[in-house]
Design a binder for this molecule. Structure first.
Ligand code: MG
Ligand code: ZN
Length: 215
């Protein structure tokens, strides 16, 4: 009776997510679900992150994209194993997709799996894929109103990257108000101000990730 009730509450996705999480733990893999709008700079950030961390830990990447393998090709050029998931129009990754993709990865050989989710501020935050933690990339050009307009993704994420910070002088983005909104939504959220053009904030971000994986 109790089991049946639990099943109904959890739903199919969360059951598979729990299976994924168990396998990741058994293989000693830490998993980050990286989310953000299209064009927020997730893939470029990933390229910089891989360049920084690749000689310190063994990383693999799962790339979620609607139709193309453009991002996966970029990640492959960074010399990291990458699995492409095309959702054929689906606007988020779910736990069964991750389970399937992981079948072609040798999880025992990696420490850190980064999943770049489909570019979207809404439903990627609603689907547990079995990750250890989520991070969200918000670029300065998207506007400082986004945390309050899309609260769930910022509540769910352990880290928020205010990306393309080099563009701040050319926008009306209010950095202090964005920081305040983020902290109001999620008091313990870790905020990074990053730029893949100038390199600002990337060392701090990579050191934080390294701490998550080493733990
Ligand atoms: Mg991308
Ligand atoms: Zn969706």
């Amino acid at each position: 009776m109790e089991v049946k009730l639990m099943r109904n509450i959890l739903g199919a996705n969360d059951e598979i997510a729990a299976q994924n999480r168990k396998i990741f733990a058994e293989r000693g893999v830490i998993v980050m679900n990286l989310m953000g709008s299209p064009g927020s700079g997730k893939t470029t950030l990933l390229e910089k992150t891989l360049a920084n961390l690749a000689d310190k830990i063994k990383i693999a990447v799962i790339e979620g994209d609607l139709f193309t393998a453009k991002d996966a090709e970029r990640i492959e050029r960074a010399g990291v194993e990458v699995i492409q998931i095309n959702t054929a129009g689906g606007c988020h990754l779910d736990a069964p997709m991750i389970q399937k993709a992981c079948a072609s990865l040798n999880l025992a050989e990696i420490n850190f799996l980064i999943v770049e989710n489909v570019g979207n501020l809404v439903c990627p935050a609603e689907f547990d894929i079995g990750e250890n933690f989520k991070s969200v990339v918000l670029s300065i050009t998207e506007g400082d109103d986004k945390p309050l307009k899309y609260p769930l993704i910022f509540k769910e994420s352990e880290a928020a990257l205010l990306n393309k910070i080099d563009l701040l002088p050319f926008t009306n983005f209010d950095l202090q108000s964005a920081r305040e909104d983020l902290t109001t939504l999620h008091p313990t959220i870790k905020i990074f101000e990053t730029s893949c053009t100038t390199g600002a904030g990337l060392d701090d971000w990579c050191a934080w990730l390294l701490g998550k994986v080493a733990r």
